[in-house]
Design a protein around this ligand. Structure first.
Ligand code: TRP
Ligand code: ZN
Length: 496
């Protein structure tokens, strides 16, 4: 097994970080801190509306991974008034505009756990999206529009509303996200709604995410929402938040999550969180849905069942099992795209096969490069989504449907609540299938430039009818060549 594992790594042709390493991501080196491990975030946010000015207290349970005299958290555009380390005031500064540097009164030895309580305030603003560094219209984090607020942070926007260790391998629970808003507003966040408390002219909503979550998946939505409450077939709460502008058909589509969860559970194992739901954003500038953990976010005009299935699939693939590095995002987007196509075709294997072969034709025509990408600008590209989904379909054709889903379930069981990388996926696939040649197949799909043939070699029926049109997928809306559309164009163009 060892010699073989080594061969896989060599075949991969890349030095991949071990998933257990807690590491600042090479794509976004200015975010995160390798010296600390945040265990839990407790966020207490008071938000004035409609300004969305924030007065907040964040309590972080942290373990020192090295001897600490000073340490840094990511925090941008907000002013800190006090930092307590285990109850003792600490010296701090914000000289670097995107960092909070803290010097505890006494040094903290490696291995010790401590509590940091950070009081801060300000008017949160989004920051530049570093995956589109040259276009200031792409921003991340906390947005305010039309008297409402939402926070969407993939990949590095968390620092716009809470002090965080903003790198993808430092997952933490968020045992409490408390949001106090003026009466009449509803505040939505990740996970379970624990309480709603009227406080005179304000209302306090307390949410809780008890399973580990990456920093970028934390979300806050404040608006005048309607809510539809149901439960999964296993009794977990489902909450679907909409606004007066949300078409009834869209709400019905979000509510399909209930049967989707039941269906996905038969394929890949139990839904990994205590609750699920969705929330809509009316802001016409938002052009993508996001799999915010336990409470997916949908923009206007993106409620078709494929998209709903895509964000739901992420709860298993990407959220519970998170990528160890952004380069490996196909492990999230490839699976989500696969299930986006599977859901509407679930009753017809032939229709599913035809849809995947249309996608294959597109990948060949577009000469899509390997699913694992080498730079931040490509993380939301077709390589991640389309070639990632096709790598999975190639695996399914090679090992058979039953073994394929056994691999997916084992992947979930093995890495639940943690991070994992491409090499570990290959090892899981080889291990479960007992077929060593699976390693070559996946390495070709994930790391090598030419689009490999699909196992079985059957050509697509559509193949000879000219260039393949773009398949109809989440990331391919608004006529974009990558998964990124010009927001202004998308505003009018809606889905597909
Ligand atoms: N990860 C999201 C999804 O697939 C989509 C997403 C987030 C996205 N940021 C993006 C798509 C930027 C395109 C561009 O559901
Ligand atoms: Zn996705």
């Amino acid at each position: 097994m060892h010699a073989f594992a080594k061969a896989v790594v060599l075949a991969a042709g890349l030095a991949l970080a071990a998933s257990s390493a807690h590491a600042v991501d090479p794509f976004f080196p200015t975010f995160g801190n390798n010296g600390i491990d945040v265990r839990n975030y407790d966020l207490d946010l008071d938000v004035a509306m409609p300004s969305s000015r924030l007065t907040a207290k964040a309590t972080l349970d942290i373990r020192a991974l090295e001897d600490i005299t000073t340490f840094r958290l990511d925090l941008t555009g907000l002013t800190v008034s006090e930092v307590l380390i285990d109850g003792v005031p600490a010296v701090f500064n914000q000289r670097n505009e995107s960092k909070l540097t803290i010097r505890p009164r006494v040094a903290i030895p490696k291995g010790k756990s401590f509590k940091a309580v950070i009081s801060y305030a300000g008017a949160p603003k989004p920051i530049q999206d570093p995956t589109v560094p040259d276009d200031p219209s792409y921003q991340l984090g906390w947005f305010t529009y039309d008297g409402a607020t939402y926070a969407l942070s993939e990949p590095v926007g968390a620092s716009t509303f809470y002090p965080s260790n903003d790198e993808p391998t430092d997952k933490a629970t968020f045992n409490r996200i408390a949001i106090t808003v003026p009466a009449g507003y509803t505040a939505v966040a990740n996970g379970l709604l624990k309480s709603t408390t009227p406080l005179g002219a304000k209302t306090r909503f307390v949410w809780s995410m008890d399973e580990p979550m990456t920093t970028w998946l934390a979300t806050v939505h404040i608006n005048r929402f309607d809510v539809k409450v149901t439960a999964t077939t296993t009794g977990k709460p489902l909450r679907f938040y909409s606004t007066a502008a949300t078409p009834a058909a869209d709400v019905a589509s979000y509510a399909k999550s209930r049967s989707m969860i039941a269906y996905f559970e038969t394929l890949v194992g139990p839904y990994p969180f205590d609750s699920y739901g969705s929330v809509v954003v009316d802001d016409p500038a938002l052009y993508y849905a996001l799999e915010t953990q336990g409470m997916s976010t949908f923009p206007l005009g993106a409620a078709d069942e494929g998209i709903v299935a895509h964000e739901l699939a992420h709860q298993w693939f990407g959220n519970s099992v998170s990528v160890a590095a952004w380069a490996d995002l196909w492990l999230a987007e490839g699976f989500a795209t696969y299930f986006e196509v599977l859901w509407p075709n679930r009753r017809s294997p032939a229709a599913f096969d035809a849809a995947m072969r249309r996608m294959y034709d597109y990948a060949v025509d577009a000469q899509l490069g390997p699913a694992v990408v080498d730079r931040p600008e490509d993380i939301f590209s077709d390589r991640t989504y389309v070639r990632g989904a096709l790598a999975l379909y190639a695996l399914q054709l090679k090992v058979g449907t039953e073994t394929f889903f056994r691999i997916a379930r084992t992947w979930q069981e093995t890495y639940r609540g943690r991070n994992a990388n491409s090499r570990q996926f290959i090892l899981t696939a080889v291990d479960v299938s007992g077929d060593r040649t699976v390693s070559t197949l996946l390495s070709d799909w994930l790391f090598k430039a030419p689009v490999p043939p699909l196992p079985g070699g059957q050509p697509s029926a559509a193949r000879r009818l000219g260039p393949a049109p773009k398949p109809d997928l989440v990331g391919l809306r608004c006529g974009r060549g990558s998964h990124r559309g010009a927001p202004a164009v998308c505003a009018g163009a809606a889905a597909n």
